[in-house]
Design a protein around this ligand. Structure first.
Ligand SMILES: O=C(O)CCC(=O)C(=O)O
Ligand SMILES: [Fe+2]
Length: 352
């Protein structure tokens, strides 16, 4: 039968979703991953805990610090994420990051393609590498960059336009280093562990990788996903959202929409924190919905242990009632990626 040929994944991934959306194209079959059931679309706004990091500093009373640490622990044991406020990064700077991200994606394709990635590569502007057969594609475009340590940077992928992009990203990286130090120590204290224990496991050369996400509008948001359900392979991830909802976290068999808070950063555990906390903190499955009215941007910073370093459950979290759940693992992020491409979680490979 002389049928219409269906473009393959690598052909589709060499085009940008943003282009298809601007032309008002229907999502091609390889993007279709839902059956049009709108039940999920109206999922309840979640009550993901909001933690004031300012209350964890020495300027707060001991009582306030204790209370906030307990809230933090409870958030991470149940939701695996929290909205951080009082982090000392100004709303105007967060707005600047959102603005350069928006400005980058709103440029003509020709400009963005100066830093285009190959279909199979990771770093640069484009889409995730081609997944295994049978896996659907995400209705989004992204710019992926290694940002820390400095010697991991490949400047050829750092956009020269918009002009402020590089400086803003450099400044954000410095702020994220401080932020992750504070959060890693707070998480240790909340579990009554020595405050540097997680930082020691992450190692001197711990990584920060930035992923700028652009979720185009879609006429049929009920058929596609901006980002398919997954758990992160990082230690943990810091997500800056704009004012368009879309991110959802899976808990108790339901999807909960993460509210947008303009001055907050969402801190979401990755599998490696679940391993290091011997399963106490949860690495939640999450996904991104799109809508037919407004595009959405987000910036995810993946904070990951040094590549060649072994990580494992903290001894202080292993006892008779709570035996060791995980083995020591190395380069978990690589293993995670292999499974991700097959639409699977990887955590079981680390199980005892
Ligand atoms: O866009 C978001 O809010 C989430 C992004 C995300 O989950 C990821 O990049 O791994
Ligand atoms: Fe994620």
């Amino acid at each position: 039968m002389a049928g219409v040929s269906i473009p393959s994944a690598d052909v589709l991934l060499s085009r940008r979703v943003q282009e298809m959306a601007l032309k008002g194209e229907e999502p091609p079959p390889l993007y279709i991953c839902r059956d049009g059931d709108t039940e999920d679309v109206s999922s309840a706004l979640s009550s993901i805990p909001v933690i004031d990091l300012g209350l964890l500093s020495s300027s707060a009373t001991i009582c306030e610090q204790e209370e906030e640490l307990q809230k933090l622990k409870s958030a991470l044991c149940s939701w695996g994420c929290f909205q951080a406020i009082g982090h000392g990064i100004s709303t105007s700077f967060l707005d600047e990051i959102r603005q350069v991200t928006r400005d980058f994606f709103q440029q003509p394709m020709e400009e963005k393609n100066k830093i285009a990635k190959g279909v199979k590569d990771f770093e640069g502007y484009g889409a995730d590498p081609v997944p295994e057969e049978g896996q659907s594609l995400d209705w989004s475009d992204r710019l992926y960059l290694d940002v820390y340590p400095e010697d991991t940077r490949k400047s050829k992928f750092w956009p020269e336009s918009p002009a402020a992009f590089r400086d803003v990203l450099e400044e954000y990286t410095v702020k994220m280093k401080t932020f992750t130090d504070i959060v890693s120590k707070a998480m240790a204290k909340s579990l009554s562990l020595e405050e540097n224990c997680f930082l020691n496991q992450f190692g001197e050369k711990r990584l920060l990788q930035a992923r700028f996400n652009y979720y185009s509008c879609c006429e049929r948001p009920d058929l596609i996903l901006g980002l398919k359900p997954h758990a992160d392979g990082s230690g943990y991830t810091i997500i800056l959202q704009d004012d368009v909802e879309g991110l959802q976290v899976h808990k108790d068999e339901k999807w909960f929409t993460v509210p947008t808070i303009s001055h907050a950063l969402l801190v979401l555990m990755g599998d490696q924190m679940e391993i290091m906390t011997n399963g106490m903190f949860k690495s939640p499955v999450h996904r991104v919905l799109t809508n037919s009215v407004r595009e959405r941007i987000s910036v995810a910073m993946f904070y990951t242990p040094e590549r060649k370093k072994e990580i494992g459950p903290e001894e202080g979290l292993v006892n008779q009632e709570r035996p060791k759940l995980f083995k020591k693992v190395k380069d978990y992020a690589g293993t995670h990626w292999e499974y991700y491409q097959r639409g699977m979680r990887a955590l079981h490979v680390a199980k005892v």
